[in-house]
Design a protein around this ligand. Structure first.
Ligand code: SAM
Length: 234
């Protein structure tokens, strides 16, 4: 899978790939990462990438010319590139999106800055737009890294143990049961005794019950989805 980050701030993104799982995935040729700075495609004298907003309003907006140029070139090099624009004004990215997007061959993340990106860029080039939550970040770089990380874990070979994907939160809509590492007793604090008895079917039912409790408390709407799905499958 290839990821292209279209960003004015490559340094912010680059560091994330310097360690751990994603670094190893790059070394193993499972991921390829490239960076394109729209400023390099600006045809203004000072390589400007922003301008005041038409119709008034506070702040600067990323103007269309550098991004039109960047994204047309990107598409001319790879017609299969899937262009994702990060914006708070979009559907929220979730685990199903991560799994679906992991099947693409090339994703380009377009990060906005300032007051955002000229809407014509989105209309002309975006295959999809995503928000990562109901809050405003200073730029799209963190949002694109969040998406890239979540997508990458679903690419075969990226995680050492692919079983981790099967039991994770949001698979079948419920949150994962509490996890404990050894030792079973630490500072007078114990793990649930059932976890220690080696009866795997009892441990599974206890984990399911704990998952449902956690989901009911933190994400009741997810529990409803889970129950609806279970009754549909019966
Ligand atoms: N004026 C915009 C608004 O009110 O919707 C916010 C612009 S924000 C300061 C600058 C850039 O950060 C956006 O163009 C987008 O790329 C990114 N961004 C900010 N919050 C985001 C979020 N929750 N999800 C995805 N991208 C976000």
């Amino acid at each position: 899978m290839k990821f292209t980050f279209v960003t004015l701030f490559q340094n912010i993104v680059e560091g994330y790939f310097g360690d751990s799982i994603l670094k190893r995935a790059i070394q193993n040729n499972l991921l390829f990462v490239e960076y394109i700075n729209p400023r390099d495609f600006s045809n203004s004298k000072q390589n400007k990438v922003d301008d005041t907003s038409v119709g008034g309003g506070a702040g600067m907006v990323m103007n269309p010319q550098p991004l039109f140029e960047t994204l047309s070139r990107l598409k001319s090099v790879d017609k299969d590139v899937h262009i994702v624009v990060l914006t708070p004004v979009a559907k929220q990215f979730n685990q199903n999106d991560a799994k679906r997007l992991a099947k693409k061959s090339h994703i380009a993340f377009v990060s906005g800055r300032y007051e955002g990106i000229d809407e014509r860029v989105i209309e002309n080039f975006a295959d999809e737009v995503f928000s990562i939550g109901d809050y405003i970040l200073t730029g799209g770089e963190l949002a694109s890294l969040v998406m890239c990380d979540a997508i990458s874990r679903n690419i075969e070979g990226v995680l050492g143990n692919s079983d981790s994907l099967i039991i994770e939160s949001f698979e079948s809509n419920i949150l994962e049961a509490p996890s404990f590492s050894k030792p079973a007793e630490y500072e007078n604090s114990l793990v649930p005794s059932e976890y220690l008895k080696g009866n795997h079917s009892k441990i599974r039912s206890l984990k399911l019950a704990l998952s449902e409790c956690k989901t009911k408390f933190f994400r009741p709407e997810q529990l409803l989805k889970h129950r609806r799905r279970k009754s549909y499958e019966k």
